[in-house]
Design a protein around this ligand. Structure first.
Ligand code: NAP
Length: 290
């Protein structure tokens, strides 16, 4: 009997660690059905075509979506659900991130980096929620050890606003908020879906810092290759040895579940609620109409 394909819906799989992860899954005997968001669908299609994977086993659909624009997140979700039809979503991987994105003109009060790294992907989970619950999906939030750089979450109120004037790198701020989101969704989807946050480790050779002058040191003792980073993220797809403490959802790149003490600032439920607006609130605030 043919093995059933597993469906993976993902953001940020068009380059770097996410692309490598899909590449590795395309070599498996398990068939996969990928539905991927891409801000440049043509380039992404060409990149996947060049892998020459077995198309009789796996299928891959690329749907345009630029995460700076929440309207395209909505159309992505609609087209993805249409494509999935009666099938399940086995995995939702939220991997897209930017260190610096220019603020888009528009109505939003938030900076582009925050919109890409948190708000758009938080909104995507809302849009897919019904299907995720029905599928008992696993949600994989790709996080970062950089969240530990935030020692006073009150700074976030101002830092991630559009034109806040902050000179700080907003990557840790926005990844911290995205981890609040992972915890929030873990609580909302309790008993229905599994939610895991994972860090790929320090992977200096991806495109993450491309819009900045920052160069991650390739010779850093902790630096790992892109294939190894993708393996760390893949572990979050399969690990079932969840700690008893439901707050310990963060899988490190060395395969341990972080103690809740390390991520304690992200465990504040009031803070999670504050940074996780409802679908209606997002749509109202961002001017998205039906
Ligand atoms: N590299 C590291 O050392 C490191 C460490 C800790 C955590 N991480 C996390 O690992 C994940 C993957 O990062 P990476 O290092 O592989 O970086 P990357 O090479 O820059 O990949 C980022 C992905 O996000 C997509 N993306 C960025 N902005 C987007 C937008 N506006 N709309 C749609 N897609 C957008 C990119 O699309 P394009 O292909 O179109 O550019 C790409 O697919 C991120 O969540 C990052 O925070 C990385």
């Amino acid at each position: 009997m043919a093995t059933l394909a597993k469906t993976v819906v993902a953001t940020g799989a068009t380059s770097g660690i996410g692309f490598e992860l899909v590449k590795q899954l395309l070599t498996q005997t398990q068939p996969y059905k990928f539905i991927l968001a891409a801000r440049d669908a043509k380039t992404a299609q060409a990149a996947f075509d060049s892998l020459k994977y077995d198309t009789s086993k796996h299928s891959l659909t690329i749907i345009p979506s630029d995460l700076t624009n929440l309207k395209t997140v909505k159309t992505f979700s609609q087209q993805a659900l249409e494509k999935i039809g009666q099938d399940k979503i086995d995995y939702l991987m939220l991997n897209a991130a930017t260190v610096k994105t220019v603020d888009e003109p528009g109505v939003s009060k938030w900076c582009g980096t925050y919109i890409v790294n948190h708000l758009s992907q938080h909104y995507l989970v809302h849009l897919l929620r019904e299907k995720l619950e029905a599928s008992q999906s696993r949600l994989v939030f790709v996080s970062s050890g950089g969240i530990r750089l935030i020692d006073d979450p009150s700074v976030l109120d101002e830092s991630v606003k559009r034109n806040s004037g902050t000179k700080r790198d907003l990557y840790p701020d926005t990844k911290f908020i995205a981890l609040l989101g992972a915890h929030w969704w873990r609580r909302q989807l309790q008993g229905k879906c599994k939610v895991v946050a994972v860090s790929p480790g320090l992977i200096p050779t991806t495109g993450l810092y491309r819009q900045t002058d920052i160069k991650l040191p390739a010779d850093h003792p902790d630096a790992k290759s892109v294939p190894v980073g993708a393996q760390s993220v893949l572990a979050a797809f399969t690990r079932d040895d969840f700690p008893e403490d439901p707050d310990r959802i963060f899988l490190t790149s060395w395969g341990e579940w972080w103690e809740s003490d390390v991520i304690k600032l992200t465990l504040d439920k009031k803070l999670q609620d504050k940074w996780c607006p409802s679908k209606d609130e997002v749509e109202k605030e961002e001017g998205i109409t039906a």
